[in-house]
Each structure stands twice: as C-alpha cells, then as structure tokens.
Design a protein around this ligand. Sequence first.
Ligand code: PBG
Length: 336
Amino acid sequence: MIQSFARHRRLRQSAALRSMVRETWLNPADFIQPIYVTYGEGVKQEIKSMPGVYRFSLDQLGPELQEIHSLGIPAVLLFGIPDTKDDVGSSAYDEHGIVQEATRLIKAQYPDLLVVADTCLCEFTDHGHCGMVHTYEQDGVLCGDVLNDESLELLIKTAVSQAEAGADIIAPSNMMDGFVQAIRHGLDEAGFTHIPIMSYSVKYASAFYGPFREAADSAPQFGDRKSYQMDPANAREALREAESDVLEGADMLMVKPSLSYLDVMRTIKDQFDLPLVAYNVSGEYAMVKAAALQGWIDERATVLEILTSMKRAGADMIITYSAKDAAKWLADGGKK
Ligand code: PBG
C-alpha cells in the first residue's frame, strides 16, 4: 500500500478552519449593479428573459436605489432606453437624455453611490449598432459598415455629457478603435481630468448578450457586431486589445462576458497592473435564473460559486445583475 503523508482533509475539518485557509472572498463592496432606466411614469417593467431585473422610470427608482445602497453595493452601471432613436444616436449625448437625468437624480439622492455610465450608441441608434454606420444594399439585403472615426466624435460628446451630469466613472463599451484615447482627450479638454475610464477592453461578440438586447431594445437591425467585437476563439488578441487601452489611458480594464472567459481574465490580470473588472452578463444571469426557476439548480449556491470563480480568476470588481441577491446572501451567512 502506498503511504502518503499529505492529508488535504486536515484543513477542511471545520467551518472555522476552512474559512481561515480560504483564498478568495466575495464582498458586496466589489459589486456593481446594472440598472435600466427609461422615460415615462410609474414604469417598473420586468425584463422577460431576466426575471428579477426591471426597466425603471425615474420616479420608480427610489426603492431600488435605497436597497442597493443599504446592502453596501458601492456602484451602479446605468443603461438608458430612450423614447426616440435615430441614425446618429442623438439622445445618447442629449443634456436631458435618460442616462444624464438618471445620473443627476442618483447623485442628488445618494452622493456616495458611484454612477458608472455606459458610453455607447447602440441603445440610442435606430439601427442598433454601437457607432455610426454607412448603409448599402447588396443582393437586396441591407448591409452596413461601422464608421470608426466618425463614431468617436459622438462617443466623446456622450462621455462629456455623462460627466457633466455627474457620472463618477465613464465606461465606454463600443469597441471602436482608439475609443479610450479619444474619450480621455475629450474628457480632459472639458475639464474632467479626474474622471476615470473603465474600458470594456476585451469584449467578445457573444451570444450571452441576448437578454440585454431585449432589455435595452438594441439588437442590430442588420448585420452583427463581429467587425468590432472580438472572436470568442481568440485569447492572445485580448492582450493586444488590453495593451492598446492601457497605452491610451484606461484606468480599469474589463473582460466581458466573464464566465466563458475566466482564462482570459487570468491572463489579463497577470499581464497588467490595472484593476480588473468582470462583467457577469445578461445571458449568464438568465441561464442560472431559468434553471433555478425550474428547480434544477440551487440558485444561491450557484450564483455565489460563479461570482467566486470570477474573483479567483483575478477580478477586482464584478458587474452583476445578481449583486443585490448576492449581497443579501452574503449578509446572512453566505460566507459559510
Ligand atoms: C453596449 C453593451 C452591451 C452590453 C453592455 N453594453 C451589448 C452589446 O454589445 O450588444 C451587454 C451587457 C449584458 O449582456 O449584460 N454595447
């Protein structure tokens, strides 16, 4: 019989000991809760593919903010659903746009709650793309090319108007080339040198965004986002994307989605010294919710395990639709 002296179970004897040797901890102070805001009054509309997640009109936001704040979640990420869309996404950079108004309201009521503004055009363009497009017909099918540099100008305007409304962090998610440098320059020129940029540096063209596109009504009307978002098969390309964002002045790097890209997160964490953000996206939330509603998995245990795996992979912060739930579970003993 082979005699081994390793006894791994010695350190697993009791909850107290397991806790002392635990390498990774979840903390609500690392969570960012996304919120969808829309026009109108009395709107609290559940998103079909994301049970428990709502679109709120501004007059309905109060209890939601109160809950987030009291759970110790330090930040929210705002997505806006405008009342009108056009081909240049003008309500993205309207001083009275929905994200700008929501930001003002949140900062007035909860000055210490950090507002992260998603800087993109796709929720505001009628074609659903993240920038301006040049459209044409080919064999009777409507096609379009995204105009990179022309889009940058509009993204700068969007970021500056979000900062003017009081956003604490600008999070550009459009994946145009040079977007971080352009936005950094625009913010600095407008006097917002102190506002950090959380760049969606490594953003894959992913099927996991499906429920978000329902929630934000932003599915592309033609084509897809593969010319500006990354191929899920590529990991080394993530290093190039992150490196250019670092050189362009990003303050935080994001990997999105998260669950299928834990290897990419670890690589980015090891290669760069900026804070790393994981985005636990809409489809990841929907999958767990759907199985939980069927009684097929234990939602609490599954969500906490998933979030823990993101921190283990190197995330310093996690954007997650489960932030409120996870914060509650952690408060009532999820650390066991
Ligand atoms: C905007 C944007 C998207 C998401 C965040 N910002 C959608 C997309 O790229 O299609 C997805 C977030 C989620 O799925 O939760 N560009």
